[in-house]
Design a protein around this ligand. Structure first.
Ligand SMILES: [Cu+2]
Length: 332
C-alpha cells in the first residue's frame, strides 16, 4: 500500500484523527502513480452518490497520452466506450497508434449513496506524459436527478486540494529500470550493496542505513531513518512509500516551536538537491509508519518501499534497533 503524503500542516495527532473520515471523500484512484511506457491498472474509487441519490452512470475521460485502453466490464452495468483520433501518433510494439478509447461509460447500474464501488480500466502510459507530473482523469457520476462531477483540473502551480471537485490525478513516474532481457538502463539498477547490506541505489540516489526502532506491543506508530544522497545533476523528491506491517506511510518533519516539539507532514515530499545528502534522523526528518499491525521487533528487519518523483520506486530494508536507540546506533 502506498500513499502520497497528506498535505495537512497540522500536528500529527490531529492528522491521524482526520484520516478515517476524510481520506476517501473525493473520487480517486487506488494507486495514484503510474510508470511511463508500462501498463497501468486504474482502479477508480467512487465513495458516494450525488447528494444522497444513487449513481446510475460513471463516465471517465481518458487523458491524452494514455493508449491501449481496456475497461473492465462490471456485473449489473452496461459498458460502452467512445473512440476517436488521438492528438498525435504513438508507437506501440513497432506499430503506429492513431486512435483509441477516449471515453469510458458504465451505465444502468445502481450504486447507492451509502455504498462504495470501484470502476477499473487498464491503459498504457506513454512517455509523452512527463515524469514527475500529475495527469488528471475527469470523472462524472450521474444520478436520477443530479450529477457529481470530478472534473476540476488545477492550473499550473495550483494545489488540487484547493479545488471543490478535483479530477482524480495520477502521478507519472519515470520509466522502469530495464530487466528481463530488454537491455540495460544505465544507472537505474536497484542494486543493494552486498557488503554493508544497507546501501541501495535507484537512479541517481544513494540510500544508506535505513533503520527504525523496536516498538512496544500496543504501539500503533513507528519512525524510520536513513540518509539519502543525490549523486545526479537534477533535484529529486521523496514523495511516498510503504512498509510491511504498516497500514500507512508518511513523511514527517520534527520541529521545535517555542518549547514544544511538533511533527508535521511534509506537504510536497522531501526534496534532495543535486550533490546533497539529506539525513532522516530522530528529531528531524523521518518517515512515519502508522497503523502498525504488529510491533517492530529488534533484530528483525522491516521491508519497505520508497517512491521518488524521478528515480521511481526502490525496495529497502530497515534494520530494527532496540527501543529508544539514539541516532549513533545506526552504525554497526
Ligand atoms: Cu512523525
Amino acid at each position: 500500500m502506498s500513499k502520497t503524503f497528506a498535505r495537512h500542516a497540522a500536528p500529527f495527532i490531529l492528522l491521524v484523527a482526520l484520516l478515517p473520515s476524510g481520506a476517501f471523500a473525493h473520487a480517486s484512484f487506488e494507486t495514484a502513480e503510474a510508470r511511463q511506457n508500462s501498463y497501468f491498472k486504474a482502479v477508480l474509487r467512487v465513495p458516494h452518490g450525488c447528494n444522497g441519490e444513487a449513481t446510475n452512470l460513471v463516465r471517465i475521460t481518458v487523458p491524452e497520452g494514455m493508449i491501449a485502453v481496456k475497461p473492465m466490464p462490471k456485473a449489473g452495468w452496461k459498458l460502452e466506450t467512445k473512440s476517436g483520433d488521438l492528438a498525435r501518433t504513438y508507437s506501440l510494439h513497432g506499430k503506429d497508434v492513431k486512435n483509441g478509447v477516449k471515453e469510458i461509460v458504465w451505465s444502468g447500474g445502481a450504486l447507492r449513496d451509502e455504498h462504495y464501488d470501484e470502476f477499473v480500466f487498464q491503459a498504457r502510459v506513454t512517455d509523452t506524459l512527463p515524469a514527475g507530473e500529475k495527469v488528471f482523469v475527469p470523472v462524472v457520476q450521474e444520478c436520477a436527478n443530479g450529477q457529481a462531477s470530478w472534473t476540476d483540473i488545477p492550473a499550473k502551480g495550483q494545489d488540487s486540494h484547493a479545488l471543490k471537485a478535483p479530477a482524480p490525478g495520477i502521478t507519472i513516474l519515470a520509466q522502469a529500470p530495464a530487466s528481463g532481457g530488454h537491455g540495460h538502463a544505465h544507472g537505474h539498477g536497484q542494486v543493494p550493496n552486498q557488503e554493508s547490506g544497507a546501501e541501495y541505489r535507484v537512479g541517481n540516489l544513494l540510500i544508506k542505513t535505513p533503520w527504525t526502532r523496536a516498538t512496544p506491543g500496543g504501539a500503533k506508530v513507528g519512525a524510520g531513518f536513513m540518509s539519502i544522497t543525490n549523486t545526479g545533476s537534477e533535484a529529486d523528491r521523496l514523495i511516498g512509500g510503504s512498509a510491511e506491517i504498516a497500514g500507512t506511510f508518511e513523511l514527517h518533519e520534527m520541529k521545535t516551536e517555542g518549547t514544544v516539539m511538533r511533527m508535521r507532514a511534509l506537504e510536497k515530499g522531501l526534496e534532495i538537491k543535486p550533490g546533497e545528502t539529506i539525513e532522516l534522523k530522530p528529531g528531524g526528518y523521518h518517515v512515519m509508519f502508522l497503523d502498525l499491525k504488529k510491533p517492530f521487533a529488534e533484530g528483525r528487519p522491516v521491508k519497505g518501499q520508497l517512491i521518488f518523483e524521478k528515480a521511481g520506486k526502490i525496495e529497502i530494508e530497515y534494520r530494527v534497533a532496540p527501543r529508544g536507540a539514539a541516532p549513533g546506533s545506526s552504525h554497526h
